[in-house]
Design a protein around this ligand. Structure first.
Ligand SMILES: Cc1ncc(COP(=O)(O)O)c(C=O)c1O
Length: 469
């Protein structure tokens, strides 16, 4: 779906009230979910005493309780009560080959047996993994492995500042670049500034310039206005838009950023934690032919195996990571580039290329997008729709991400709309469909006709619960 069409349809959703599931129907769905998930609830209740909030980082539905998983295979997951789910969470993007992909798992088990977890020394797999990334990504000549996307984003900012000698970083509202102090600025929703920055001193944002997505004038002004105030070291972007495309970008947006970076001597940083090896083996940079100076990679490079992240780029830029103490930038990580993560990276990328995983996951996502849109079209009163960037799908039901903060009751709107989207998600979970945050679906190379049929049937059921207006 084209950018203009997405924006038009989002506006249409926002121009009408939400469509909640009637209370009695919702209550019986919640009851069904609770009855099916007794052990998950038990685990949650115990966890509350030991883990803040009773759950760690969980990208799916956490209310009324988070699901505790037992195992996963292909595109399916099973919870601790034995319920089966069609999974579109895919661990938050990294799973492209399918869960528990045996050839990969076997290699990892072999490595553990042969080499153990980590020694603090380099291994041949580090080289093989770097080679694999460099082979695919046009903007990458050198790779520094780290332990998470958050760390890699932090390193990217440091590299940009060290290389250019400038200080300001332009961050686009609504984008997520990990949870480091400087990056918790206008997360989730553009123009929210430090709304979610509890525990972070305001000074941490002194050198962050917050620009709303697709605001071409504000973007240019940010470069100009900061020229004599330390200058812009870099612009960090999610190339398909904030929250992996939940805030779509105008087709000229990335080109405009690239041009301004060149004009002002600033670096373009593509955060490809989700798009790298999912949108294309060469990332958004290859697909759109816009070459960043720095590329940030994360969870996908190890296909979900732990300690996963890398900052990469042109040799000339990456050289700031070398030299003697004081000359080079300080980045670290005891477990960074351990043999297990590096072997996972090497084999995962190799298998993805060999099996054309991106193309397969994309073909399925295209089909499911079309089929869901056909289904939603049977309920024009709701205005629901789906769009996808390859194997990254977004479904819009209440469009709570897109509320304009200038509207008088913006916060109430956001919370009300989010609640209704959460309620839809409880129903989908109760019937065996797991997605990300009730708005996003990631596909893998194993999703098939059966997955498509079941997904449609579950959504048909959700729609049947919503009264016609
Ligand atoms: C675009 C983007 N950048 C950075 C991160 C942070 O990665 P990590 O969770 O590995 O720290 C994420 C995580 O979802 C992400 O989506």
């Amino acid at each position: 779906m084209e950018y203009a069409e997405i924006m038009k349809r989002k506006d249409a959703i926002l121009s009408q009230p939400v469509h909640p599931i009637p209370k009695d129907k919702l209550a019986s769905e919640q009851k069904l979910y609770a009855e099916r998930c007794k052990r998950s609830i038990e685990i949650f209740e115990k966890a509350k005493g030991m883990i803040p909030g009773g759950v760690e980082h969980n990208l799916s539905q956490n209310k009324p309780f988070p699901l505790a998983m037992d195992r996963a295979k292909g595109y399916k997951i099973w919870d601790v009560d034995g319920n089966e789910y069609i999974d579109y969470l895919m661990c938050g993007a990294p799973i492209m080959l399918g869960h528990s992909y045996e050839p990969l798992d076997e290699k990892i088990v072999e490595i553990i047996r042969q080499k153990g977890p980590a020694t603090g020394l380099t291994s041949e797999y580090e080289l093989l993994a770097a080679e694999e990334i460099i082979k695919h990504m046009p903007g990458v000549e050198m790779v520094r492995f780290l332990q998470s996307g958050t760390e890699a984003d932090m390193a990217a900012l440091r590299i940009a500042r060290a290389y250019t000698g400038k200080v300001k970083i332009i961050k686009i509202g609504g984008s997520y670049h990990g949870w480091s102090d400087q990056m918790i600025c206008s997360v989730h929703i553009p123009r929210t500034g430090n709304f979610e920055a509890k525990g972070i001193p305001a000074e941490c944002f002194t050198h962050i310039v917050d620009v709303a997505p697709n605001d071409f004038e504000a973007l240019e002004a940010a470069f100009k206005d900061h020229q004599d105030k330390g200058g812009v070291a870099g612009v960090i972007v999610e190339p398909i838009g904030g929250e992996s495309g939940a805030h779509p970008v105008h087709p000229d947006w990335n080109k405009a950023i690239r041009k301004l970076c060149d004009q002002y001597g600033s670096l373009l940083i593509f955060d490809e934690v989700v798009t790298g090896f999912r949108l294309d083996m060469g990332g958004a940079q290859k697909l759109y032919n816009i070459i960043p100076d720095i590329t940030v990679l994360g969870k996908i490079i190890t296909h979900g195996y732990p300690s996963s992240g890398a900052v990469a780029g042109r040799k000339e830029v990456m050289k700031v990571c070398t030299g003697s103490m004081g000359e080079k930038i300080f980045v670290g990580g005891t477990l960074a580039a351990n043999p297990i993560s590096m072997a996972a990276c090497y084999y995962a990328l190799k298998y993805m290329a060999e099996h054309d995983a991106v193309a397969k996951a994309t073909t399925f996502a295209n089909r499911l997008t079309q089929a869901l849109n056909d289904l939603y079209a049977t309920r024009p009163d709701l205005g629901f729709f789906v769009y996808n960037y390859g194997a990254i799908m977004h479904y819009m039901t209440t469009a709570f991400f897109s509320i304009d903060l200038n509207t008088p009751d913006a916060l109430t709107q956001i919370f009300t709309r989010k609640q209704v989207a959460d309620d839809y998600q409880v129903v989908t979970m109760a019937h065996g469909l797991c997605t990300l945050a009730g708005t996003r679906m990631y596909t893998c190379m194993q999703h098939d006709d059966e997955a498509l049929k079941k997904t449609l049937a579950i959504w048909e059921y959700v729609l049947s619960l919503i009264p016609r207006s």
